[in-house]
Design a protein around this ligand. Sequence first.
Ligand code: SF4
Length: 403
Amino acid sequence: MTTTVDDQPAGGLPGPSAGVIPPRVFAAGRAATSRAHTAAFGPRRALSRDELLGELQRSGLTGRGGAAFPVHRKLAAAVGRRAPVIIGNGSEGEPWSWKDAVLLANAPHLVLDGLLTVSAALGARRTILYLDRRSVAPVAAAIAERSDAGGVELFEADDRFIAGEATAVVNAIQNGVALPVDRVRRLTESGLDRRPTLVHNVETLAQLALVERYGGDWFRAVGDPTQPGTRLVTVTGDVAAEGVFEVPTDLDVASVVARAGGEARLASGVLLGGYHGQWITAGETTAPPGDRAGAGVVHVLGAQRCGLAVTARIVAELAEASAGQCGPCLFGLPALAARFADLAAGRLTPQAAAEAARLAEAVDGRGACHHPDGAARLARSALRVFARDVHAHAEGRCVRSIR
Ligand code: SF4
């Protein structure tokens, strides 16, 4: 079953966490206008920069784009530097994620509140939203409804997988090339226009807007104490109703899958975190995703699907996605893709598995960006979770009927 945001941005937003907590990010309902947004959330508070940083520290809010870095630390590091550039990143190049597109279609004002809050607190020189093409129209409409967002610049993102990587975002806006660049200096020191540049995922900004209104203690009243609050997850694969769900961060994976009408205990594997994420077994779905949540992707592979074949397709896409600027991407990822193709086809299986494990080690941490690390993580998890399939393929058979 395939559902895309094109046919379900506003109307297709699944019910938000009924029976667990009331919705937070989606409290204003679907396709919230400025009036609905203000009615649901009330006015923003006029916090000083130090008050905002204090509330963010108390909240424990972490980034929702994948790295889960503490937000207050990211902002605090920019204090005292040159006026920075603030970028809200809604490019979402991950094929199995559309939570940012659903967020921007339904709660664009909450994202704008968060963006403008950060921009004002840090005295930003430029304030930018970098968006998937599907999100440009709803965000432009939201900006037109407000009197405080006229200075927000909109950029349409390239739809390639790595276009959302932070250095690729800056490169795209500065030079029109949505590829990561090897940087000597951190973006937070020198990025767009050679100014300190902070790139925040758009869900992070929406969550920050909630902290600004209701405070850190309110925010951390739900969820995992180490990563408090709610998060948006996109559940795809062998479930009854793929979609985007707002769930507490401590909800176990099986319950997240159940929200989409799936049964995790029957899966041959569940992919957490997307193409740069990791497979877990059905037995491991009784725990929350924790650090493995990445950008909130949960993909369910039914009992009859071959995880080696699916992983081979993903690794091939990852090898294609890079511009081949660094050795691990130029040589390592195509070789890794070839070994997974061998595993999927049952060719030279024991040797291919050993070589795939060796290549994953060889590329890990060796690129200018984290693209090879993500591919290595995915490959290693596939060799562990689908070990039974590796053995079956070595004996010339596949225990799954769907490849
Ligand atoms: S590691 Fe790969 S994706 Fe990252 S900059 Fe180098 S070639 Fe590009």
